[in-house]
Structures are given as structure tokens and as C-alpha cells.
Design a protein around this ligand. Structure first.
Ligand SMILES: CC(=O)N[C@H]1[C@@H](OP(=O)(O)OP(=O)(O)OC[C@H]2O[C@@H](n3ccc(=O)[nH]c3=O)[C@H](O)[C@@H]2O)O[C@H](CO)[C@@H](O)[C@@H]1O
Ligand SMILES: C=C(OP(=O)(O)O)C(=O)O
Length: 417
């Protein structure tokens, strides 16, 4: 297992480029199931989750050339309809193959993803939607088994905003007979991008990016050629890296409009954020001001940035209140941030962070993807050395993070444990 050694206290400066989005690329990869033929996907980030998805597609019978950058997925020989526990347990998004396999082959069998570090994460909304489209759904020995001779369009109202649920039903409805209306749909940019991909393949989707999406099913879809959008969470993490080190960083290949909620909060904290020459410049202040945040579905403050923002607030000049409203257990980073000398009190879904003058480096453990990112940020700002173990979590979602941070002047090394 690898670990990261960070010698903190260096001000980050220079330029960094953002990779393709993990959360956009994953459903796009699974969308290849819907159309037989050779698909081209560009700007695919080199990540553990991408490798898992490619492996899953290969298990189903697809042939994949390339692992990152531009990859080609040929789904002509795809003939398996099962995603096993081994694959689904390492990456929850694997469950998104259930509907596409069902739409193409009339049946599929996928392991239930189960809970994970940040919460129980049920898939009831996904299954409710597939059932409304006429699928016969059975749960047996930890697997979801789905069958449908014909999938029919349906009106589906989500009980809550679900990104994966919206993506799953959008993909499936593209090949259903008649019209599907998704109400109370999630509005994340990754969903608008998925609809754009599907429409490019011949689907008829309107309203993606709003809370009501209409899908008119078509008989067949054609293979895609698509470039994945930049990763807004990686971009946001670099923005905080600049802020927390009092640095001055130019971030290329990011879309600031996808990060409005974060950018406004950073500005409230005294961080300068502005667009310049197709890039975003971020300058940290001498002392961070405390700012409260509440995580919400897009366009609200993203839960995937909560841990990183908390690391920043640990050094604020006063107290801030952070409420996590999406996942019930997404404060795993708190116990680790305390090791740096942070002052944080959790009560239910709220953390009160009393800023301290300095953090001091510590041995810490990564517990999930964004928690790991918050520890890297704290380590960059802390005095002395920080050692982060179990960074395989970080490798799920950040491409070459230590190289990118080194390029900005950080003293960070990956070593084998
Ligand atoms: C691969 C990917 O894109 N992952 C993102 C996606 O995860 P994911 O798609 O799993 O997250 P959801 O938006 O579905 O989950 C939001 C909330 O709804 C609940 N829920 C969801 C589905 C369901 O059927 N029933 C139910 O109760 C979940 O437990 C959670 O509390 O959106 C999350 C919320 O922005 C992000 O943190 C993840 O990074
Ligand atoms: C929670 C995340 O991912 P996943 O939904 O794949 O667990 C994330 O990207 O922060």
C-alpha cells in the first residue's frame, strides 16, 4: 500500500491542469452498453475507478483499447449480463450497468452495492424507476435480478435528489418505448453531460440540468464520440490548495460556472477567485475568514467538497459551522483533522470548526476519497511532516495528485509502505 509524505508550509504557486471528470466519465463508460459498436471517449482520467469500470465492461464482453486519455470501447461482442460482488463492492457506480443491460438484453443481474464509509446509500429510487418502466425486479442473495420483455416509458417522481438514480433512469429510458418523465431529477452538470452524450447517440432527451427531464425512447442508439468535461471536484480541491497555503495558482481546463457555490464561499473567506485567459486564478489571503456552509444538491454547495472546505476552515480566524445534508456519515475526516491540532466539535450532521493559528503535521489515515483530499490539504498547510496512509482511496478520484501538487511547489512524495 502506498502512502504520502508531505512536508508542509510551502506556498503553492504556478499553473495546474484539471483532468477529465470521474463522475461524468463513469456513467458515460456504462452508456456504451446501450449501443453495439466502437465508441470513442476522450479526456478519460487515469483513476482506479476508471480501471474498475473498464474491467467491468471487459467482463461483460466489451473490448477496450486504452486506459486513460482517449479510449475506445467496442461493445459489439458484449454478451454477459452480470456484474458480480467483487466488482460492485470496489465501486458503487457499477450498479449503473443494471438498467443499460436490461434495456439491451431484456435481463440483468447486479450485486447490491451495500453501504460504504460515508453512508448506507440505498438504491431504492433506481429500482423504483426501473419497476415503473415495467421491469420485474427481484432481490436474491445480495443480487438485484431484473427482467423485462419491453421497457415502457413512465412518469417517475424521485423522493429525493439522486445523481446516480437520475443517470441510471436516463440511460435506461433512452431505449424504452414511449415517453419517460423524470420529476425532481438531480441537476448536476454530469447529468446534463450524460444527456448530451445520449442525444449525440440518437436519443431524444430534453430538460437535463433542470428538475424535469423528458425522454422519448428510440429503437436504437449509435456509438458515441465524446470528450469528458473537466472534473469540478478536482478543480475545487486545487482552489482550496491555493487558498490554504496562501498561494497563487492558475487552474487550467476547469469550468468555474460548475463551482459557483464553492467560489462564492471562498470569496467570503477572503480568497481571490477570478477568470483570466481561459483559466481561473486563485489567491489565498494572509488569514482565512470563517464561513458557514451547508451541503446541498447542485447548484448548492457540493458534499464532495465538504471535507476539503473543512480543512480550510481549520485555519480560519474564528468559528465556522459546516452542515452535511447529503450523506449521514461524511465526517470521517474529523478524527484525522484533530491529529493536526484542529478544533472541531460534531453534533449530529453539524461540525463546529474553531480555527487555529497553525496546524502541525501528523500521521493520519485516509478513510474515503474526499476525506483523503482534506488530509492532503491540511498536510500542505501544516508545519513539519504529515504521513497519510491508505491513499488507495485518493487514487480512486485524483489523477497523479502528488505530481500535480509538486508542480505547484509542494514537497510531497509517494512511498511504498
Ligand atoms: C459516481 C458519482 O457520481 N458519485 C457522486 C454521486 O453519488 P450517488 O449517485 O451515489 O449519490 P446520490 O445523489 O444518489 O445520493 C444522494 C443521497 O440520496 C440517497 N439515495 C440515493 C439513491 C437512492 O435510490 N436512494 C437514496 O436514499 C443517498 O443515500 C444519499 O444520501 O452523487 C453524490 C452526491 O452529489 C456525490 O457525492 C458522489 O460523488
Ligand atoms: C463519493 C464519491 O464517489 P462515489 O459515489 O463513487 O463513492 C466522490 O466522488 O466523492
Amino acid at each position: 500500500m502506498d502512502k504520502l509524505i508531505i512536508k508542509g508550509g510551502r506556498r503553492l504557486t504556478g499553473e495546474v491542469a484539471v483532468s477529465g471528470s470521474k463522475n461524468a466519465a463513469l456513467p458515460i463508460l456504462f452508456t456504451t452498453i446501450l449501443a453495439s459498436g466502437r465508441h470513442e471517449i476522450r479526456n478519460v482520467p487515469g483513476l482506479r475507478d476508471i480501471n474498475t469500470s473498464i474491467h467491468l465492461l471487459e467482463t461483460l464482453g466489451a473490448r477496450v483499447e486504452g486506459r486513460s486519455g482517449t479510449i475506445w470501447v467496442d461493445t459489439s461482442g458484449l454478451d454477459q449480463v452480470e456484474a458480480t460482488y467483487d466488482l460492485v463492492k470496489t465501486m458503487r457506480a457499477s450498479v449503473l450497468v443494471l438498467g443499460p443491460l436490461l434495456a439491451r438484453f431484456g435481463r440483468s443481474r447486479v450485486s447490491l452495492p451495500g453501504g460504504c464509509a460515508i453512508g448506507a446509500r440505498p438504491i431504492d429510487q433506481h429500482l423504483k424507476g426501473l419497476a415503473a418502466m415495467g421491469a420485474d425486479i427481484r432481490l436474491s442473495h445480495g443480487y438485484v435480478e431484473a427482467e423485462a420483455k419491453t421497457l415502457r416509458g413512465a412518469r417517475i417522481h424521485f423522493d429525493l435528489s439522486t445523481v446516480g438514480g437520475t443517470e441510471h433512469l436516463l440511460m435506461t429510458a433512452a431505449l424504452a418505448k414511449g415517453e419517460t418523465v423524470l420529476e425532481n431529477a438531480a441537476r448536476e452538470p454530469e447529468i446534463a453531460e450524460l444527456a448530451e452524450v445520449l442525444n449525440g447517440m440518437g436519443a431524444k432527451i430534453e430538460g437535463a440540468g433542470t428538475d424535469t427531464i423528458r425522454v422519448l425512447g428510440v429503437e436504437q442508439l449509435a456509438p458515441m464520440s465524446h470528450r469528458v468535461m473537466p472534473d469540478r471536484i478536482e478543480a475545487g480541491t486545487f482552489m482550496i490548495a491555493a487558498a490554504i497555503t496562501g498561494g497563487d495558482v492558475r487552474i487550467r481546463d476547469m469550468r468555474l460556472e460548475h463551482l459557483d457555490a464553492l467560489a462564492f464561499k471562498l470569496q467570503d473567506a477572503g480568497v481571490e477567485v477570478f477568470s483570466r485567459d481561459n483559466a481561473v486564478q486563485v489567491r489565498g489571503p494572509e488569514r482565512i475568514r470563517p464561513v458557514n456552509i451547508k451541503t446541498r444538491p447542485y447548484p448548492g454547495f457540493p458534499t464532495d467538497m465538504q471535507a476539503q472546505f473543512m480543512a480550510l476552515m481549520c485555519l480560519a480566524d474564528g468559528a465556522s459551522v459546516i452542515s452535511e445534508n447529503i450523506f449521514e456519515n461524511r465526517f470521517m475526516h474529523v478524527a484525522e483533522l484533530l491529529r493536526f491540532g484542529a478544533d472541531i466539535l460534531i453534533e449530529g450532521n453539524t461540525a463546529t470548526v474553531k480555527g487555529v493559528r497553525r496546524l502541525s503535521g501528523a500521521p493520519v489515515m485516509a478513510t474515503d476519497l474526499r476525506a483523503s483530499a482534506s488530509l492532503v490539504l491540511a498536510g500542505l498547510a501544516a508545519d513539519n511532516t504529515t504521513e497519510i496512509s491508505r491513499i488507495y482511496h485518493l487514487d480512486r478520484g485524483y489523477e497523479r495528485i502528488e505530481e500535480k501538487l509538486k508542480g505547484l511547489g509542494a514537497d510531497i512524495e509517494r512511498v511504498k509502505e
